[in-house]
Design a protein around this ligand. Structure first.
Ligand code: N4N
Length: 462
């Protein structure tokens, strides 16, 4: 496969792409698919067509026949119920090893893709729990997703860590260093594609459980990095997550080369991942170019590092000290803790603004306070004051002083357009940025609404 940027659109066209050839296509085998339904149907027909009397004419034969008949019926029922998940507790242990990652050929996966691709005609009921006129302090969409799920779905504090055998992993070079973890390239004879190990630094065990539960809940979602295994590293025995290795260029080198079509495709793929995780009650909370991997060869987009992600619960206060400064939303900077999924939409808006205006960082503050000033200098101070009033936000003295002392007019987006970026900053692109970068988080587009924006007309049905 060539990696010339001119073939970009071809690589992205869904019908032509041969998913079978991709190594990742084979991870997930245990989901309840149409194929297993057919198997169940066949098995039922087989069992009921088998008359016990036909086995033998002796009394013993008849008794044995009936016994066999009932035994098979029980086996079949067990099989069906376990597939349907009624016997869920019995396959908890298997989860860590074999069944993680998207099987892009499975009917469920295709359904998800189908649903997300046809966003221009969004059916109303796809908003599941959507509120037309939601109260302040509550997400406009997917507000009650976690309430409706069993406790095990979101109660990460009460999960137990389970580690599989680590002896088959062979560690290569280090590829990344983070605050909470180091990432090493590695391989295993079980997988014919390269892997990475994300080795956590000690004392971080609480957070790891949250990350693992979230990765398991989101497995198979579009463009969500699939968790392959959970092990202990061979050297120190620290908890370690195993993912596929993504051969990617550094975003600082790659993003300045993007044309408008590549930008649309990238943002649209990220929206699919965000729409999916939000619909599952989860906010990523650290959307930034660093956490987006674009495969050099296949051009697939993956949203990685779910270490800061968390479950959304109505009325539960969240820590505002997450995300990287340049992508922090106003609600975090003014310490409004009842934020929701729309936090990710701000960060995505900042990524998009950086792309279309060809700025490495669209808002580049030297501190959290300065970050707010940078945002105010673009969006103006009046709307921020309205926002603070509307949501009755209690400000710290420092922030209060900043908001009172500065006076900025809201800038027209057109002032950011120059000779260099005018081909990217089209009317639609600027309009989308304008609908994502809003102080009032309830007025930002949701991921689903953003996917319906005309900016994506060109890429929506690829
Ligand atoms: C995560 C996560 C992180 C990675 C992969 C999957 C999940 C990766 C690289 C490739 C890489 C390659 C070249 C240079 C630098 N990390 N890093 N990094 O945190 O969830 S995949």
């Amino acid at each position: 496969m060539s990696s010339s940027p001119y073939n970009y659109s071809e690589k992205y066209s869904l019908p032509e792409y041969n998913y079978k050839s991709h190594p990742k296509a084979s991870y997930e085998k245990n989901s309840f698919s149409i194929a297993s339904l057919h198997f169940c149907k066949k098995a039922i027909i087989w069992i009921f067509s088998l008359k016990p009397r036909s086995l033998s004419r002796s009394t013993f034969g008849v008794a044995f026949g009936y016994f066999f008949y009932i035994f098979k019926f029980i086996c079949l029922m067990y099989f069906i119920f376990s597939k349907l998940g009624f016997l869920g507790s019995s396959n908890k242990n298997k989860a860590a090893t074999s069944n993680i990652g998207p099987n892009r050929e499975s009917p469920e996966y295709k359904n998800i893709v189908q649903k997300i691709f046809t966003t221009s005609a969004i059916p109303q009921d796809s908003y599941l729990t959507g509120e037309i006129n939601p109260p302040r302090n509550m997400s406009r969409v997917f507000a009650h997703v976690n309430e409706k799920m069993p406790r095990e779905y979101w109660d990460w504090e009460n999960t137990t860590l389970q580690f599989s055998d680590n002896s088959k992993y062979i560690v290569d070079e280090e590829v990344g260093r983070g605050k909470f973890s180091n990432v090493y390239k590695c391989k295993s004879p079980e997988y014919d594609f390269p892997l990475v190990m994300k080795v956590f630094k000690p004392e971080r065990t609480k957070r790891i459980r949250r990350e693992i539960l979230i990765l398991k809940n989101l497995k198979g979602g579009p463009n969500i990095i699939p968790l392959i295994d959970v092990i202990k590293d061979q050297e120190e025995g620290n908890p370690t997550l195993v993912f596929p290795y993504i051969d990617n260029n550094h975003w600082k080198k790659e993003y300045p080369t993007f044309d408008i079509h590549q930008i649309k495709k990238l943002i649209f793929e990220l929206l699919k991942a965000l729409q999916y995780c939000h619909s599952k009650g989860i906010m990523h909370r650290d959307v930034k170019p660093h956490n987006v991997c674009i495969d050099k060869n296949t051009r697939e987009v993956w949203l990685i590092d779910w270490g800061l992600a968390d479950f959304y619960h109505v009325g539960v206060k969240n820590n505002v000290r997450v995300a990287s400064r340049y992508y922090k939303a106003p609600e975090q900077l003014v310490n409004y803790q009842l934020y929701d999924y729309s936090l990710d939409m701000w960060s995505l808006g900042v990524v998009l603004a950086g792309l279309i205006f060809r700025k490495e960082f669209f808002f580049k503050g030297d501190s959290d306070e300065d970050q707010l000033v940078k945002i105010m200098s673009v969006l103006g101070t009046d709307d921020l004051r309205d926002y603070i009033k509307d949501y009755e936000i209690n400000l710290s003295l420092d922030i209060k002083k900043i908001i009172e002392d500065y006076e900025f007019e809201k800038l027209d987006w057109s002032i950011f357009i120059n000779e260099e970026n005018k081909r990217l900053a089209t009317k639609e692109a600027v309009d989308l940025v304008d609908h994502l970068l809003r102080y009032d988080h309830q007025t930002r587009l949701t991921a689903e609404e953003a996917m319906a924006h005309p900016f994506f007309d060109e890429v929506r049905n690829l």
